[in-house]
Ligand binder design. Structure first.
Ligand code: HEM
Length: 231
């Protein structure tokens, strides 16, 4: 299994290396990160309609499904952006690892990775696992199969009354917070803004943006669990 993952990783890296420079891949990473952040914001606005009641909330996915071509175009774009972002992350992490190998007494010794890059990698893995579960849970509705006719609003109510699901969602949103706030710092670094006031402002904006988005996302399952939002 590990050899298979290593071989996929190595193939991705060779392919990217033959086509794009390190600076180019950092720029793609920042741009795809910005697109995914836009999706996260739009998705949050759609989900906040839950506070407006069942009819308004259920009309949002229905409206999307009335435009199947646009919906599939957006989905394919999202999948492509997600895969590009992950591939660049794998490639840059591998490059980083190689650049941290130092020579000592004719031996090559790897030195530790930075806290920020480790956090980005681990929170990234948690987000991938979360998105997979999330699709099974709310898009394909394969989790609560006892009642396949539940509308989306009722499915959310039934799901988040379960404290385990709510806790899982909260932990995933905390990972999203770590990933988003570090992502803004990395983007500022990529744009070579590390030393000036603009970089500091981007970092500060990134922190508060990630914090507010996370709190609003977390408010949804917590409001359902505490019965602020109910049937
Ligand atoms: C508490 C947090 C969240 C809630 C309550 C929530 C809710 C939902 C709901 C209800 C759907 C189904 C929409 C439909 O089928 O029409 C959905 C789909 C989706 N969600 Fe979330 N979401 C949350 C967080 C996230 C996050 C953080 C991400 C990304 C990192 C995400 C990514 C997606 C994706 C990719 C889909 C599938 C969209 C599609 O193809 O139709 N969600 N979400």
């Amino acid at each position: 299994m590990i050899t298979l993952i290593e071989s996929i990783e190595s193939k991705i890296c060779t392919l990217i290396e033959s086509k794009i420079s390190i600076v180019g891949s950092k720029v793609i990473m920042a741009l795809t990160g910005a697109c995914l952040t836009m999706f996260i914001l739009i998705h949050l606005l759609g989900n906040m309609q839950l506070y407006a009641g069942r009819d308004i909330f259920n009309s949002y996915p229905e409206l999307l499904r009335n435009f199947p071509i646009s919906l599939w175009f957006a989905r394919i774009l999202l999948i492509f952006t997600f895969i590009s972002h992950i591939s660049m992350a794998v490639y840059l992490e591998r490059k980083n690892k190689l650049s941290r190998i130092i020579q000592y007494n004719n031996e090559l010794i790897p030195i530790g990775s930075s806290f920020a890059s480790r956090t980005m990698l681990y929170s990234g893995f948690v987000i991938i696992a979360f998105v997979l579960f999330h699709l099974i849970h709310l898009t394909w509705k394969c989790f609560y199969v006892q009642n396949p006719n539940l509308d989306l609003y009722s499915l959310m109510i039934v799901s988040f009354r379960n404290p385990f699901i709510t806790i899982f969602y909260i932990l995933a949103q905390i990972s999203l917070f770590l990933h988003l706030s570090h992502g803004f710092s990395s983007a500022a670094q990529t744009l070579s803004l590390t030393r000036n006031k603009l970089a500091k402002n981007i970092r500060l904006f990134g922190f508060w943006f990630a914090f507010i988005v996370t709190i609003l996302y977390i408010s949804i399952p917590v409001s359902i669990l505490l019965r602020v939002i109910h049937d």
